[in-house]
Design a protein around this ligand. Structure first.
Ligand SMILES: Cc1cc2nc3c(=O)[nH]c(=O)nc-3n(C[C@H](O)[C@H](O)[C@H](O)COP(=O)(O)OP(=O)(O)OC[C@H]3O[C@@H](n4cnc5c(N)ncnc54)[C@H](O)[C@@H]3O)c2cc1C
Length: 379
């Protein structure tokens, strides 16, 4: 058994950590406060090759493995979850469906700009009345000559409204018992991007409701086989959940680094607060949570990199890591006392950013259902 990062993985981690500390951390509080999507930083990440990490070089990618992507997301999330989710959604939900299910022509048309970070793609699965129950999709796509005509609404779609968004891939009902996946290029008449949500966390990431109103796209924009949309998004979510777990690992590590430094520095009753077991044990518990979450996440990534499906392992990693991150952020805020409650302190932002990890790409309840089913339970 060997799912440890290699020397190359660790060298890559160092590069991303240096970038995150120099180019992201100093601005994260301001981006969060002003809800600003940091386009220049996204472009810089594109130049580093981060948006092309797991894709082959022939499409402009870096030909790296999923573990490498996890390390990049982890290091970004250690300082800023918004920039980390921007990368995670762009690669895992945006480019990955095109790479996995697209024809050669579709891949050549769309992937090079996405892998270069010159464009971002979004994935519209969730609807106002179909979230966990994504099979309840109501958006309809009807074939009219050589065009699909789409009608429906998608909720909470990450990266759908940035200046460089090039497409939104949506799931739609193409028959009574048939869900298919269709690419809708940005700017298509009838694709309406609503104003950004005002969110509790991930405030510098881009999230919109997306409406499709008699929106016409070429029949050739069908992604993969007609009627296979449900299967496709389950497969996409397996990898997406591992990447969200990596984001949770990074946030937990960020909490640990912040509160350990503070516990050594801050004094009360004539001694550093870290000399009191009540505080030291919180730091110890966060360290254990970060390590355990990291091991589950790397195991799941390693299995995928070996070509295995890893549905249960992905769900376990996502469930454990996201819940560990929420607990870590709450406890880290406690270590900071009153200063943990003000926006200037990173752990305050980490606390707000952590919650959605238990919701996006399948809630904790859905992860438990996925895991319980692998145990043979009829849930
Ligand atoms: C910031 C953000 C970004 C997002 N980005 C995207 C994106 O890019 N693309 C996209 O398609 N979606 C995106 N989502 C949507 C996200 O995946 C959904 O919010 C999530 O899947 C939950 O769906 P829901 O909100 O409709 O909740 P619901 O499905 O209505 O669930 C409500 C509650 O009921 C529970 N529940 C539901 N069914 C069961 C059951 N059978 N057993 C037990 N409990 C159950 C849930 O766990 C939850 O606690 C994003 C969400 C957020 C907040």
């Amino acid at each position: 058994m060997d799912f440890a990062p290699s020397a190359e993985h660790e060298a890559f981690r160092k590069v991303v950590r240096e970038f995150a500390e120099a180019e992201v951390a100093p601005h994260a509080e301001e981006w969060d406060r002003t809800h600003r999507f940091p386009l220049d930083t996204v472009r810089a990440m594109g130049e580093m090759g981060l948006f092309g990490l797991p894709f082959p070089e022939e499409y402009g990618g870096m030909g790296a493995d999923l573990l490498t992507l996890c390390i990049a997301i982890e290091e970004l999330a250690r300082v800023d979850s918004s920039i980390a989710i921007t990368l995670e959604a762009a690669v895992g939900l945006g480019a990955n469906p095109i790479f996995r299910f697209g024809t050669e022509e579709q891949k050549r048309a769309w992937l090079p700009d996405l892998t270069a970070g010159k464009a971002l793609a979004a994935f519209g699965l969730t609807e106002p009345d179909a979230g966990s129950d994504a099979g309840g999709t109501r958006t309809r796509a009807v074939l009219d000559g050589d065009e699909w005509v789409l009608n429906g609404t998608k909720a909470f779609i990450t990266n759908s409204g940035t200046e460089i968004t090039s497409l939104v891939t949506v799931t739609a009902r193409t028959g009574p018992d048939e869900i298919s996946t269709i690419v809708v290029p940005a700017g298509t008449p009838g694709l309406v991007i609503e104003p950004a949500y005002r969110k509790m966390g991930w405030r510098a990431s881009d999230t919109h409701e997306v409406r499709l109103e008699d929106c016409r796209v070429p029949a050739a924009n069908l992604l993969g086989e007609r009627g296979k949309g449900f299967r496709q998004f389950l497969e996409i979510l397996d990898e997406g959940r591992i990447a969200i777990a990596a984001l949770a690992v990074g946030l937990t590590q960020g909490c640990l680094d912040e509160c350990t430094a503070y516990a050594n520095d801050r004094r009360a009753f004539g001694a550093p607060i870290g000399s009191y077991q009540g505080i030291a044990f919180k730091c110890a518990d966060i360290a254990v949570a970060a390590d355990a979450a990291r091991l589950l996440t790397y195991r799941a990534a390693w299995l995928r990199d070996r070509g295995e499906r890893a549905t249960r392992e992905a769900a376990e990693a996502k469930l454990f890591a996201s819940e560990a991150a929420v607990t870590a952020a709450r406890e880290a805020t406690q270590v900071f006392g009153g200063y943990g409650f003000v926006d200037e302190t990173p752990v305050s932002r980490f606390y707000r950013d952590a919650k959605v990890l238990e919701i996006g790409e399948g809630t904790s309840e859905i992860q438990r259902i996925v895991i319980a089913r692998t145990l043979g339970l009829p849930v």
